[in-house]
Design a protein around this ligand. Structure first.
Ligand SMILES: *Cc1c(COP(=O)(O)O)cnc(C)c1O
Length: 411
């Protein structure tokens, strides 16, 4: 069994590419021509493995799907134009009107908005504190089909009861969807906690360079799809483990068209080659910066699963290779959050996370603004909360930048 980076770096080449090209080329095409009309028909009917139309299939995107499956240790993957498209298409393809699902209440803001939209379109959702498996268990109803959690939540870094929820889902026959974006397959394999399907926003750590949006759903092969009532007969192929992914691809991706562009797939595949190297450095820096801020009088609470005071410190240590490259902190309420932000010289005032550059954002006033003060309060998001996504800069420069910005507002 080869190591994580060896597998990724050699994944394209082992497929054998024309001219011995080491990278899968960008196949900038929408359609595929056939010499033989019967073959064209066979490809469309699924009797011949072949290319049909760019909305569902492209060789460059397929190469990335192979990479993602290798990273997650999954059976197969489907890529999408964004992480949101991956989540939305997955739920759209697998759930029907009247179905219920349980979701962690600590969610990426746009996923929260998406689930609220699904609720108005006839799916039932219950939000629970997923750090506690008992709350998830108590929310399960007769019509519950699925549970959705993130590994480390945004922005307050709660760590879901990942293993316990996996066990609950197996016992109750629920589809277990884990959004692995915040940890990435380098820090954590949801396969180890019995996830059925794994979601990744490739926009973040996997791509890493902030140059392309993308998302993926990976089938882990653990769920008993013949026992799931929502699979259409047309998608029940020879291998039942692939029924759901086929439906997500054929029904979801084809109907909605949230396809990943081949150029974006190429950017992301190159970024993925250095995922482990970047993560090692970003996580080490996140730990150093979180510890630094934790000691500062100008700073209130620091939220980072690598600090022993974090409520899920031990769970994170048991599950993840490192406790992540993102943390949040509350600036002392007597200090001006805007003056502090504007004093930063290297750290960029920006949304996004997982970039090579360190990014800072006042979350209540930006990405969590629309959800309103009540829901923010229920998620523990204070107006003074600043989220830092740690990049790959030299640690002394980052420490120096935070130090001078704190000194400038406190002085
Ligand atoms: C960013 C993010 C998404 C959505 O990804 P996009 O590629 O921006 O659409 C989903 N889940 C989590 C945890 C994220 O951080």
């Amino acid at each position: 069994m080869r190591g994580f980076t060896t597998k990724i770096v050699h994944s394209d080449r082992l497929g054998g590419i024309e001219h011995g090209s080491l990278h899968k080329p960008v196949h900038a095409t929408v359609a595929y021509g056939y010499k033989d009309a019967e073959d064209l028909a066979a490809a469309f009917q699924g009797r011949l493995a072949g290319y049909t139309y760019g909305r569902q299939i492209n060789p460059t995107v397929e190469a990335l799907q192979t990479q993602v499956s290798a990273m997650e240790g999954g059976l197969a993957s489907v890529c999408f134009g964004t992480g949101m498209a991956a989540i939305g298409t997955l739920l759209f393809a697998l759930l029907r009107r009247g179905d219920h699902f349980v979701s962690s209440a600590f969610l990426f803001g746009n996923t929260n908005s998406l689930f609220a939209s699904f609720a108005t379109h006839g799916l039932e959702v219950t939000f629970v504190d997923a750090t506690d498996v008992r709350q998830v268990a108590a929310a399960v109803q007769e019509n519950t089909k699925l549970a959705f959690v993130e590994t480390i939540a945004n922005p307050c870094t709660q760590v879901a009861a990942l293993a316990e929820i996996g066990e609950l889902c197996r016992r109750r026959g629920l589809v277990y969807v884990v959004d692995n974006t915040m940890t990435s397959p380098y820090l954590f394999l949801p396969r180890d906690v019995e996830a059925s399907l794994v979601v990744n926003s490739l926009t973040k750590y996997v791509g890493g360079h902030g140059t392309a949006l993308g998302g993926a759903v990976t089938e882990m092969g653990a769920y008993d799809w013949p026992g799931f009532p929502n699979i259409y007969d047309t998608y029940k192929g020879a291998d039942p483990r692939l029924w759901a992914l086929t439906q997500i691809k054929k029904k979801g991706l084809r109907d909605f068209g949230a396809a990943l562009a081949p150029e974006a797939a190429h950017h992301i595949a190159i970024g993925a080659e250095t995922l482990a190297l970047r993560m090692e450095r970003q996580c080490a820096s996140a730990m150093a910066l979180a510890q630094f801020l934790d000691r500062r009088p100008e700073v209130g609470k620091v939220f980072y699963p690598g600090l022993p005071r974090h409520p899920q410190f031990e769970r994170a240590a048991g599950l993840f290779r490192h406790p992540g490259a993102l943390f949040s902190f509350e600036l002392d309420e007597r200090l001006d959050i805007w003056a502090f932000m504007n004093a930063l010289r290297i750290i960029v005032k920006s949304s996004n996370l997982g970039d090579n550059r360190t990014l800072a954002i006042p979350v209540a006033h930006t990405i969590y603004y629309e959800m309103g003060p009540e829901r923010r309060a229920s998620m523990g998001i204070d107006d003074s909360l600043i989220r830092i996504s740690v990049g790959i800069e030299d640690i002394d420069d980052l420490l120096g930048d935070l130090d001078q910005a704190l000194a400038s507002v406190a002085g």
